[in-house]
Design a protein around this ligand. Structure first.
Ligand SMILES: [Zn+2]
Length: 382
């Protein structure tokens, strides 16, 4: 028996160090390890927009996220499966997490109809009729070949009254059980449950208990970053992650800005995803150690300095602010490419610094420096 090979075929999580409630660890999958806390770039339509997959990996990403809703509509999960799965299709051989499609059906699709069974809706692309249920979502995510599969759930927009949030959470827990049953036994692949319950501590606790009873390889804190604001989100994260099992990864969905990410890690979150670094890269918004830089601003037109002289990304190493300003104003494609690269690099840099700080028990000191740097603001204009 080759024990080492057996190990490599399983999904696992090792918690390596904690500092306060912040955690650092390692998720192991047959497609490679994911260092936590981890930031997952979003590759909605089988691409992280404006980035080659090898460039995404070069920024330090161990895993990326794909969107079930978009991929099921175009090019369809069946087509991707017949072409060898999502990893091969998009030339990304590291782990992929896919969402369940539930959230985007609610935010993007037309003529939605929600029942106990699932959701029927019309495609926002061509009006064609589709259905998503726990069973169909599991089937699609399996066809894609996703390494980390998310339960199909329902998430009410906040604010909502407590009765509505409770009703929605209870439906999501019934769907979580159906997702678990439909997922079946797939060694090397993981199914994550999603905690719901809005900002209510008792509903979150009920949801966590229901998920624990079913049993998952990881747990997400769902239903946040939906318009409640940072203070309310942090208030919820003061109790929600602690209600979930300590020995499994905890994933905060759809977060966020750099200070949201740091505050979430501080409160015990291990994984996050957000379109912000890539989307902002295409609209000229740059995240740096010294806060946000707007590259379209005229002050950069004659500035030969890099975005950040300490950043090792190609945009900062090889190009001036003047050039980045020029290609943005000229609507050249390289603008989105370079600014997205920088933003993803910066987000991954924060994650690496937090992993190191937690391992060395100096997260508080690191966090103080992070906030001081951002409060400084951008360098003075020339
Ligand atoms: Zn850079």
């Amino acid at each position: 028996m080759v024990k080492g090979n057996d190990m490599a075929q399983t999904f696992g999580f090792d918690l390596l160090a904690t500092d306060g409630r912040a955690r650092t660890g390692r998720i192991s999958t047959p497609r490679g390890d994911i260092r936590t806390p981890a930031f997952m770039p979003v590759g909605t339509a089988a691409t992280v927009k404006a980035m080659m997959p090898e460039s995404v990996a070069a920024t330090g990403a161990d895993i990326l996220l794909g969107n079930t809703y978009h991929l099921m509509l175009r090019p369809t999960a069946e087509r991707i499966a017949s072409l060898g799965g999502l990893h091969k299709f998009m030339n990304w051989d590291k782990p992929i997490l896919t969402d369940s499609g539930g959230f985007q059906v609610m935010s993007l699709a037309d003529l939605r109809k929600l029942t106990e069974d699932g959701v029927t809706f019309k495609s926002h692309i061509d009006g064609s009729k589709h259905m998503l249920s726990p069973e169909r979502s599991m089937e699609i995510q399996k066809l894609l070949g996703s390494d980390i599969v998310m339960c199909f759930d329902e998430c009410p927009a906040l604010p909502a009254d407590k009765a509505r949030i409770a009703q929605s959470m209870e439906l999501s827990m019934r769907w979580a059980k159906r997702s678990r049953d439909a997922f079946g036994d797939r060694p090397g692949y993981a199914l994550f449950g999603i905690q719901q319950g809005g900002l209510e501590e008792d509903l979150r606790a009920q949801s966590a208990e229901a998920l624990r009873d079913i049993g998952f390889e990881g747990y997400a804190v769902g239903g946040l970053a939906v318009g409640e604001g940072q203070e309310a989100m942090f208030g919820c994260l003061d109790f929600a992650p602690e209600q979930l099992p300590k020995d499994k990864p905890r994933y905060l969905m759809g977060v966020g800005k750099p200070d949201d990410i740091v505050g979430a890690v501080k409160r015990g979150i291990d994984m996050m995803d957000c379109v912000l670094p890539s989307r902002s890269g295409r609209t000229g918004q740059v995240f740096t150690r010294h806060g946000v830089v707007n590259i379209k601003n005229a002050r950069h037109a004659d500035d030969p300095r890099p975005l950040d002289e300490q950043c090792s990304c190609p945009a900062c190493q090889k190009y001036s602010r003047a050039y980045l300003h020029h290609v943005y104003r000229s609507q050249e494609m390289i603008s989105g490419m370079l600014l997205t690269w920088h933003n993803l690099h910066y987000f991954q840099q924060i994650m690496q610094e937090m992993r190191d700080a937690i391992a060395e028990q100096r997260f508080d000191v690191w966090e103080k420096g992070f906030h001081e740097g951002r409060a400084q603001g951008d360098i003075e204009p020339l």
